[in-house]
Design a protein around this ligand. Structure first.
Ligand code: TRP
Length: 334
């Protein structure tokens, strides 16, 4: 039987955190077992923030290497750069005309971004429509995303549904969102575990990047917020023990030991024991990860052949969908 399609994207911006790894990449890797996976490095989405030429170039290759080091297999699946497949921007325009202005205006991400940004460009506003083009071009069945993207996926479903209904034909598959199974979409910041760990956080003690040294990891985990329960209690309870729960989620995802087993193991132990165990495992994990990362990153010939090949494979799918769209709209005069 033909495998169903999974599609997702990641922006090539800045240093990725352990939150990005757990929330997105580790999940991307797992999905390869069951689905045919198409993953894109969303460089066009990154343009909503001003990018310097050589920085964007470097970030794209860094992000690609991070994906490969995380275990994305370009032989069995597809990994490509969004701007290399021109059908994304072509479908984007058409979908603009099937997107309700009012609905777009209500996107919470957009509302947040216009508060934070000085450069309020139209790209920030129409950003989810490009996501719709990304997803719909591939007849995607499932989209692994973090919580912050749920509303965008709802919008994509709405656009696909509206388009199909207008023409009375199933041109697009209506995609479903896929959230992380092991609380991975809520890796929280170390010092304030009620807010999300974010690579753009100004306080770098809140985040662990994939490139932090062992010493830095040790310092950051040692300072991570726990609680003052007496006696100490290593128990998963997101509401009442957000710090400890966050540490358990990180540990569970890195070691692939279930949270329940970890609770059992740390029964009657103290927070220092938990932190030492996390430090050991994180350092071990990241050392292995970085070794793989640098092997790929050094080999630009290999990276380039992977993305050329990826774009060629992706284009076949994208072309076929775009053709159907052109035909049904009446853009295809022969
Ligand atoms: N907008 C997503 C983000 O910032 C990245 C992205 C681009 C994406 N295209 C996508 C995610 C398609 C899922 C599907 O995280």
């Amino acid at each position: 039987m033909k495998k169903k399609i999974v599609f997702s994207g990641i922006q090539p911006t800045g240093l990725l955190t352990i939150g990005n790894y757990i929330g997105a990449l580790s999940q991307w890797k797992k999905l390869q077992k069951k689905y045919f996976c198409i993953y894109c490095i969303a460089d066009l989405h990154a343009l909503t923030i001003y990018q310097k030429e050589n920085v964007l170039n470097k970030n794209i290759l860094d992000t690609l290497s991070v994906c490969l080091a995380s275990g994305i297999d370009p032989k069995k699946n597809i990994i490509f750069i969004q701007s290399h497949v021109s059908q994304h921007t072509q479908l984007n325009w058409i979908l603009n005309c099937f997107t309700n202005f009012g609905v777009l205006k209500r996107m919470t991400q957009f509302k947040k971004k216009i508060h934070l940004n000085k450069n309020i460009n139209a790209g920030l506003f129409s950003y989810p429509i490009l996501m719709a083009a990304d997803i719909l071009l591939y007849q995607t069945y499932k989209v692994p995303v973090g919580k912050d993207q749920i509303q965008h996926i709802e919008l994509v479903r709405d656009i696909a549904y509206r388009f199909n209904k207008t023409y009375g034909k199933k041109i697009f598959t209506i995609p479903k969102k896929k959230l992380h199974e092991n609380y991975g979409s809520c890796i929280m910041s170390l010092l304030s575990p009620m807010t999300k760990m974010s690579k753009s956080d100004d306080n770098k003690n809140n985040i662990i990047t994939l490139f932090d040294s062992d010493l830095t990891i040790r310092k950051k985990i040692q300072h991570a917020v726990t609680d003052s329960d007496n006696p100490p209690n290593i128990k998963f309870d997101l509401k009442n023990k957000p710090g400890i729960s966050n540490l358990l989620i990180i540990l569970s995802n890195i070691t692939e030991i279930s949270i329940q087993k970890l609770e059992y193991y740390f029964y009657k132990k103290n927070y220092h024991d938990l932190k030492e165990f996390i430090i050991f495992n994180l350092c071990f994990f990241l050392k292995k990860f970085r070794k793989k990362f640098f092997l790929y990153r050094k080999n630009e010939t290999l990276l380039k052949s992977i993305i050329i090949n990826g774009a060629q494979k992706a284009e076949k799918y994208a072309k076929s969908t775009l053709k159907k769209v052109h035909n049904i709209i009446g853009l295809n005069i022969k």
